[in-house]
Design a protein around this ligand. Sequence first.
Ligand code: FAD
Ligand code: EPU
Length: 337
Amino acid sequence: MAILHKNYSLKPYNTFGIKAKADYFFQFDTVNEIQSFLNENSVESVNYLILGGGSNILFTSDYEGLILHPNIKGMETVEENDDSVLVKVGANEDWDEFVAWAVSNGYSGIENLSNIPGVVGAVPVQNIGAYGVEASQVVEKLDAISIESKKQVEFKNFHCEFDYRNSVFKNEYKNLFIITHVYFRLSKKPVFNLEYGAIKIELENYDEVNIKNIREVIIKIRESKLPDPEVIGNAGSFFKNPIVETQFAKELLTKFPDCPNYEMDNTKTKLAAGWLIEQCGWKGKHVGQAGVHKDQALVLVNLGNAKGYEVLQLANDIKKSVLFKYGVKLEMEVNAI
Ligand code: FAD
Ligand code: EPU
């Protein structure tokens, strides 16, 4: 049943654990409910925001406006053949529970994306990625409601303009479509992605390479590197890894030969923001209650009672020092609201 809350706490809806409130918070269970709400209220004339699990959001103050929170559930196999299945998943299904379900059914493609917080509706927005895999490799299409026309629209994979931590929903269509269902094409014949980091080494402790063991290994690696938001508020990587001209990277490497770098093609190279931030001396530092994680410099943390604007201030200071020392402009991955 749809509910419109007033003066609603957002603390349970952001993994930074920032205390903030929204004037209005509308949660809905079905496509019909949101369509009726949009027909009855001119949402476009107010400040509004679509919110999933809040694991990629930083509230810098109370939210003066309306939050739209899809509570759409459901997981259904809509197509199946010898090679693959197509699974339709509701926006508010927990992402990692879906991964666990896929792995337990022997469907591969998302095991490397294990243990990423958040819900399914947000997955295409920043094209989640980890350990050599991106959501764009398995999202076949999605259904969304246009806030302007109130109609349901289908986006095929190529309409989404997926890129590293990016999609059309972060750019041209930012906040214009509410994703209600995502369709994932999962394989019955697994192709393993084992190249990133310590996956192969960790798998040596297992008798066999299979998607269940890969999931276990990924969870283990992630738990050793990333702080649990239940224990210490955070939103994962705060910045994207910067992609620079390869020529620029080469010049940087002559001065800083240890700088981790990954050539993407002949012209572009990805640098490790965590390394740049650590080298600027930020790792483990804090300003008031806002801090940089002691083991992973790319993760900003709320040490208890940080205000959102304090975290943002810290992020801006970090950006300045990385720009000053390395000439590299960091871009935020987290959505500061
Ligand atoms: P939210 O934070 O609620 O929203 C994120 C964005 O999507 C917002 O702009 C919001 O407006 C929009 N949005 C949400 N739902 C919808 C919808 N239904 N329709 C339209 N727009 C919508 N990310 C990675 O890519 N890789 C990682 O390895 C990774 N690791 C993480 C580890 C930790 C400990 C944490 C806390 C975060 C990590 N993240 C990672 C970031 C985050 O988990 C993902 O971005 C996740 O997909 C966000 O989901 P959410 O439901 O919490 O989205
Ligand atoms: N590094 C440091 N110091 C640090 C952190 C990292 O020097 O404090 C160096 C590491 O030594 C390594 C390099 O940076 O050489 C990359 O580190 P890591 O493999 O831990 O990955 P990351 O770049 O920090 C990215 C994603 C993560 C994703 C992992 C695994 C981005 C912005 N972040 O992190 O995604 O889980 O790779 O694929 O692309 C997220 O988006 O929220 C997120 C957690």
